[in-house]
Design a protein around this ligand. Sequence first.
Ligand SMILES: Cc1ncc(COP(=O)(O)O)c(C=O)c1O
Length: 454
Amino acid sequence: MTVIRHADEPAANAERESVMRLEPRSLRTFTPTQAVIAKSAGTFHWTPDGRRLYDFSSGVLVSNLGHNPTRWTEKFFGYMGWSVTLPNSEYFEAMPQTAYNAITPLEAEANRRLVTMLKRCPGGNRLESVLWAASGSEAIQKALWAAMARDKTRPMILATRFGFHGKKGLSCAVTGSETDAERDPRVKFISFPMAECRDVSKRNEPFDPAPYCKELDALWHQYGARLGCLITEPYLGGGGSYHPPKAYLQALQQFCREKDLVFILDEVQANFGRTGKMFAFEAYGLEPDLVVLGKGLGNGVPVAAVVGRADIFNSLDYGETSDTWSANPISSAAVLATLDEFESRDVLGAMQEPSRIIEAGLVRLKKLPCVAAVRGEAGGMVWGVEFQDHAGKTGPEWANAFVLAAYRGNGKDGVHLLGPLSKKVVRVAPPLTITVDEAKHSMDLLERAAAGMA
Ligand SMILES: Cc1ncc(COP(=O)(O)O)c(C=O)c1O
């Protein structure tokens, strides 16, 4: 087992060795820094050796409100009925930590508040019932189960090629493309306009959805009403941060309406502000039948959900989507605390200036011959920086070198990034709450790191 070590990091190296001795490497995706985090607050992590890192991953787009936000934590504890000073007794009365199969008022409130928020957003009309899950991939699985149960004569699924929906079960079956090993024969893939959104400079170029509509028609011609649903991400996240023209997604939705397919939008990554709107269906002018939420929904507490048409969910019977963790009180409390934060202050308005600063800094990186493209949404808080072959080094080598150089930063401060997506795309996704000064300083660190790469 190769353990990553860094000079001048004795404390972190000891933790790396200890963990890698007792865990398989498959638990992590490769990141050349293998950062060890001792504590975190807001936009920052601190390493056990005392360095400060700007967190440009937000976990993996989870800590949208930053790490350990005080108001969020107060609310979370409040909903749970926990106090910081605990009574001097063996047990105390509060929300149960788990309530399998029973109902708690927290769950009821989380349902009401989530549906109210979604319905208030343009395009949220169909979002009327909540099917909870513990992770994004489980929620995707449940969304597909529900869509397939609606009409058992229509078991086939359309998915957009090179999407990422998870690694387990049906979420894996709709991920990637038909060339991946052991495909589920029920899943058919359609092209995603990657070339048309390869770089931010293409954002306002005209787009013709006609070739994609033709592809959909051909699939309908071949499989007809055996096709029962279509699943897509609003933008390809894990596939390398490709943010498509609105007309593409609207054409997919239109096809679903015409042929009566369930339109499933996977917002596990995009939800709660990453596109600059609270939900991506709003940013892209869509009205999904089912929307899948996760990651930022609990700001760090594991929780996910499918929200959508009750008539679709009602095709499933007692127990068909039940499991140990779904709708547990701790996740309901976390969802409520997250909704409180987004409803009580203008998180998205405040992120506009940092978003502009970060995007401008990333676009400046394109001056480097190893940087091929920068992708993202205007006013959003997630970008991909694509590296290319140059000077005898490959795109993946440059991408990994960039992640390492950013981590090293100026010695004292650095920037925490994850290993590249699709081998050569480095994702930039700080918490939405990053301040203007933090955005300026972190971009300065990133630009210097990039300029100093050998
Ligand atoms: C768009 C999208 N869908 C689904 C998932 C799977 O979520 P989880 O890792 O919580 O199972 C992810 C995770 O990265 C994602 O980005």
